[in-house]
Ligand binder design. Sequence first.
Ligand SMILES: Nc1ncnc2c1ncn2[C@@H]1O[C@H](COP(=O)(O)OP(=O)(O)OP(=O)(O)O)[C@@H](O)[C@H]1O
Ligand SMILES: [Mg+2]
Length: 311
Amino acid sequence: MTENVIETYSLTKKYGDFTAVDELDMSVQEGEIYGFLGPNGAGKTTTILMLMGLSVPTTGTAMVAGYDIIESSREIRTVASILPEYSSLYGELTAFQNLDYIGRLNDIPKEAREDKIGEMLEIVGMSDWRDEKFEAFSRGMKQRVCIASALIKDPKLVFLDEPTLGLDPMGTKEVRELILRLNREKGMTVVLTSHLLNEVQLTCDRVSIINKGSLVVTETLENLHKQMTGVEERNVEFKLSDVPEGLIGNLEALEGVKQVAQEDDRLYVYAGIESDYNVSKTIVDHGAVILLMRPKEYSMEEIFMKYYEEV
Ligand SMILES: Nc1ncnc2c1ncn2[C@@H]1O[C@H](COP(=O)(O)OP(=O)(O)OP(=O)(O)O)[C@@H](O)[C@H]1O
Ligand SMILES: [Mg+2]
């Protein structure tokens, strides 16, 4: 059985009268890459800070790697790491010096530190820049050193709060590959927030979406997609030779047809699967030729927008 590395119990954070995180119940399994998504201000960063024991919940609690976030926050930080939303390191120090400093903060003995730093710089592809100052690095290089700093204590769980923020497509791809490698080779559990839905699709095993502090959905990406495309009801795209007068009205009148929309020579018919025959027949009866007929594919954007707009 897969163990849960994170379990939250009605986790709530209020700032005065404002509820930033509202009775959140969620769980993350050991070894998965978990996408924690939601629009700006949804409560993602607030949740992550509580799970790292860096912010105290107003009510509710959570267990992270077997530790209670309120009673054992120090222990959590020995097994879990965070790449904060706007992370940075000391500009005047080199990549090596920065990591050495973080290593000391994490009580890694001097003898072990140098090897560990070498390994981390290798993993993030920054070995050649080990002795260059942090301030001289590009945004992507900085981010890679910041990720190395989060990994130096060999965490079993890492929270990456928008790790690709401000990176160009190449930098984004590198970070994505790094996340996948850490997960595969080290079995690291990753909780990731990102607004780049394509990245999420390429990286995450499961996602949850929160909006206004509440969990809207938790699913595998595959199931989210299935829910949108629906087996019983779906949107079918028809490309027609022309759209004869009266056709749309007659389609809408058919049993099982929920909605008909037109875009140029295309009709989108949202209907139950059993209506396919009558829909096609009605089109042909109006004298139009069906040039193409296929269920409409939803983009990740469309899938997420549905949930982002809910609540
Ligand atoms: N220290 C604070 N004091 C008051 N309100 C806060 C504080 N921190 C966060 N909030 C509020 O809590 C809500 C959730 O913020 P949070 O930073 O968790 O959102 P988020 O999901 O991480 O958003 P983003 O995608 O923009 O990073 C926001 O409305 C924010 O203004
Ligand atoms: Mg945030």
